[in-house]
Ligand binder design. Structure first.
Ligand code: GLN
Ligand code: ZN
Length: 761
């Protein structure tokens, strides 16, 4: 081994410590700044990142981690995979790029979907038999040189060719039998060309990311991986290759990659700890560097450095070099815990954001190279923080523990459905095809302003409460006028369906600057779930009961389910997720009971993230679904048969969670269906789903107002699949992001269509 990697991170946040890129992008899109100003902001962020990583002491600094929008989109553009509909627009390269990301009036954007099991979204490249792969002007070589000029040698990071094609979809012209992976050879030619250019520019290393192999892959895909890296490895003109797999154990792919001439492999030893058992029997590592991903790139806790070093020690001798790194890119954590002001100081002392994780990697690297004594102080500090967290009173709540211990299977069971259905009909007296909405009504600027004013102390809580009440009254009156059957209060008091609950529960911390990119310029600030969860006081009862007092019609209480709360938070790593889920479930359960006691007869518990947390590997799924379903049932049992439980899921492709949806045992499930034209109902029938179902008849993702005739068509299609007694009428999702005018028109058409069909039932 001539060169080493030493310490490194696989990637870094890019939106800017103060979300500078977000602001610049939005100003550019609004036409308020030009391309040169945007490029200058981007350049500044890149240079700052390279310098800070270099100065922190990383032995190998990742490059090309910047993106104006998304790294998968970048890869498509770098290799010329730009669909004709975008090149035809005749825009500048940058605007063509943004058109692919966001669409323009005449042209829809690329589809966007979740990046593995994270909350980051990437744009799905469209590949066909005729896609011409060729290196574009937008090349990582420029950024490599730009970094050099800034005094930093980088290791350009690219999405690997297999992962790129496996995440792509076939374009419209492709025949049925076509798979993007069919184009691997041609794509590799373009990768080879790029590697040659990087080599000529002086790049010593390049990193190719292949997280797609942390999921189950077919023998053909594994063979393609091996063949591809053999081909790239055999190039004479290329940088050394670090092939990185993350978000889990690479499984068999590890052996395949080790059998190729690449110089280094990065493995995720946090999400893919099982790789530790596999590594000793992997052949071919002796002359490679192994980057041990010991620092969690997905979560915010300080690393147990002693533990990480012990793990690293077990690897010594297995590979030519044992280097240390993060488990994955740091894109998924906020920038800097030092900037944080909102988090309690003691909790903050347990945290490491991206900048701190870089330091951890550097310390681990030095310990491996120079011995533990060289970093004795850092190790002591880390040990103290880990011990302080483990022993903190705020993390353990014995009452919560005792309650969890006393749980029995019957706590997650309701009465039989027939009895519930009869009791609910007696209580609610709903017409056939009852109509409702998913919960939120448009969030007006006034509502947002009131929340900002409360936060800034410009208005007092009583004034805020009154403003929310006014809004709730308006929402109730709108629904009464339209003739909806089960009303909602409209959720004006909620900034976000998870944040709202985390702010009202013990065991969570909220951050002020803990932004993480979700897609493009959009960022989220996930709460930090650090301790046993409990509910100091009711969270939603006041709003729901206020709404109920205004109307004779039933008002639906609106809660977020345990799985979704976990999925959109940073979670504890010191106990099984299932335990945390049950704690959250008990808090929600108490809220459901309080709503019922306060006279609310319908409660909806949203679980839009049920599918998101699904493990990448099939073998891990039954275990997940088991605890996920149990936590929902725990949250929604323990009430009278007459109380109706609804749930809402934000997608129509259930795939592997469809049996779990049946097992949730909700009385009514609303789902997305308008775009897929009710096909989802056949899928549900196929697994014997026999509860109330509300397939969305109004696509709220579009500003288009559906006509009554369109809704009638959808309802007619739905009635062909589901008996009228089980069918509900509702939009696809919450109305929060829409405007009042369009929403009122759309709902009016929905009601007109429903009224038109009812007499024929
Ligand atoms: N009740 C929530 C709303 O209507 C549900 C949002 C969601 O499904 N993502 O906004
Ligand atoms: Zn939804």
């Amino acid at each position: 081994m001539t060169t080493t990697i030493g310490s490194t991170v696989l990637g870094y946040p890019r939106i800017g410590p103060d979300r500078e890129l977000k602001r610049a992008l939005e100003r550019y899109w609004a036409g308020r700044i030009g391309e040169p100003e945007l490029r200058e902001v981007a350049r500044g962020l890149r240079v700052d990142t390279w310098r800070s990583l270099h100065e922190a002491g990383l032995d190998s600094v990742p490059g090309n981690t910047f993106s104006y929008y998304d790294q998968v989109l970048d890869t498509a553009v770098v290799f010329g995979a730009v669909p004709e509909r975008f090149t035809a627009l005749g825009l500048s390269p940058l605007d063509t790029y943004f058109a692919m990301a966001r669409g323009v009036e005449s042209t829809p954007p690329l589809e966007m979907t979740k990046w593995f099991d994270t909350n980051y979204h990437y744009l799905v490249p469209e590949i066909g038999p005729d896609t011409r792969f060729s290196l574009s002007d937008q090349s990582p070589v420029d950024q490599y040189q730009e970094a050099l000029e800034a005094g930093v040698t980088t290791r350009p990071v690219l999405v690997g060719p297999l992962t790129f094609l496996l995440l792509s979809k076939s374009d419209d012209q492709a025949p049925e039998s076509f798979r993007p992976l069919d184009r691997l050879d041609d794509l590799l030619t373009a990768y080879a060309e790029l590697l040659g250019e990087l080599h000529r520019a002086g790049a010593e290393w390049v990193q190719l990311d292949e997280p797609a192999f942390a999921a189950d892959r077919s023998p053909a895909e594994l063979a393609a991986l091996r063949a591809a890296y053999r081909r790239l490895g055999e190039l004479t003109e290329r940088p050394k290759i670090l092939a990185a797999g993350y978000f889990g154990d690479l499984g068999e792919a590890l052996g395949e990659l080790a059998a190729t001439p690449v110089e280094a492999l990065a493995v995720d030893l946090v999400a893919g700890r099982s790789a530790l058992d596999r590594l000793p029997s992997v052949r071919g590592l002796a002359d490679k560097a192994l980057v041990a991903g010991l620092v969690d790139g997905r979560n915010v806790w300080r690393t147990d450095l002693d533990g990480a070093l012990s793990t690293a020690a077990t690897l010594l001798g297995l590979a030519g070099e044992v280097a240390v790194g993060t488990s994955c890119s740091l894109l998924h954590v906020p920038y800097d815990v030092e900037a944080e002001t909102a988090v309690d100081a003691r909790v903050a002392s347990w945290l490491a954001f991206a900048r701190q994780k870089v330091d951890e990697v550097v310390v681990l690297g030095r310990a491996l190279r120079d011995g533990r004594e060289a970093v004795a102080d850092e190790l002591t500090a880390a040990r103290r923080a880990v011990a302080d967290r483990a022993g903190a009173d705020s993390v353990r709540d014995n009452r919560v523990r005792a309650r969890l211990d006393s749980l029995r299977p019957e706590h997650a069971r309701r009465g039989d459905y027939a009895g519930r259905q009869a009791a609910q009909q007696r209580s609610l007296r709903l017409p056939p095809l009852p109509s409702t909405t998913i919960g939120s009504f448009p969030q007006t600027t006034d509502v947002r302003k009131a929340r900002a004013a409360l936060r800034a102390g410009r208005i007092d809580p009583a004034t805020y409460q009154q403003r929310m009440r006014d809004e709730i009254e308006r929402v109730i009156r709108v629904q009464e006028r339209l003739g909806l059957d089960v009303l909602v209060h409209g959720e004006p008091e909620r900034n976000d369906m998870v944040q709202y609950f985390s702010e009202h529960l013990d065991g969570f911390a909220s951050t002020e600057f803990g932004w993480v990119q979700s897609y493009g310029s959009r960022c989220v600030r996930p709460p930090i779930l650090y301790g046993d969860v409990s509910r100091p006081a009711p969270m939603t009862v006041e709003w729901a009961t206020y709404a109920q007092k205004l109307t004779e019609k039933p008002v639906k209480g609106m809660l977020t389910g345990p799985v979704t709360i976990l999925a959109w938070s940073f979670v504890r790593d010191d106990q099984p997720l299932a335990t945390t889920a049950d704690q959250v479930a008990l808090a929600i359960r108490d809220e459901v009971a309080d709503l019922e006691a306060a006279g609310i007869r319908v409660v909806q518990v949203d679980e839009p993230a049920l599918r998101e947390l699904l493990p990448l590997r099939e073998a891990d799924r039954p275990g997940y679904l088991d605890w996920a379903v149990t936590s929902f049932r725990l949250a929604t049992s323990g009430i009278a048969d007459s109380t109706q439980i609804h749930t809402h899921l934000c997608y129509s492709e259930f795939g592997d969670v469809i049996d779990a949806i049946v097992a949730l045992d909700a009385d009514v499930t609303s789902i997305e269906a308008a775009r897929s034209r009710m096909e989802v109902l056949d899928d549900l029938n196929a697994v014997g789903f026999a509860r109330g179902v509300g397939p969305g008849v109004y696509d709220i993702h579009s500003p288009r107002v559906p006509t009554a005739a369109e809704v009638t068509d959808l309802l007619t299609a739905a009635l062909a699949a589901v008996p009228a007694e089980r069918l509900w009428v509702n939009p696809d999702c919450g109305l929060k992001t829409r405007g009042y005018t369009e929403v009122e028109q759309a709902l009016e058409n929905v009601i007109t269509a429903t009224a038109g069909i009812r007499p024929s039932l």
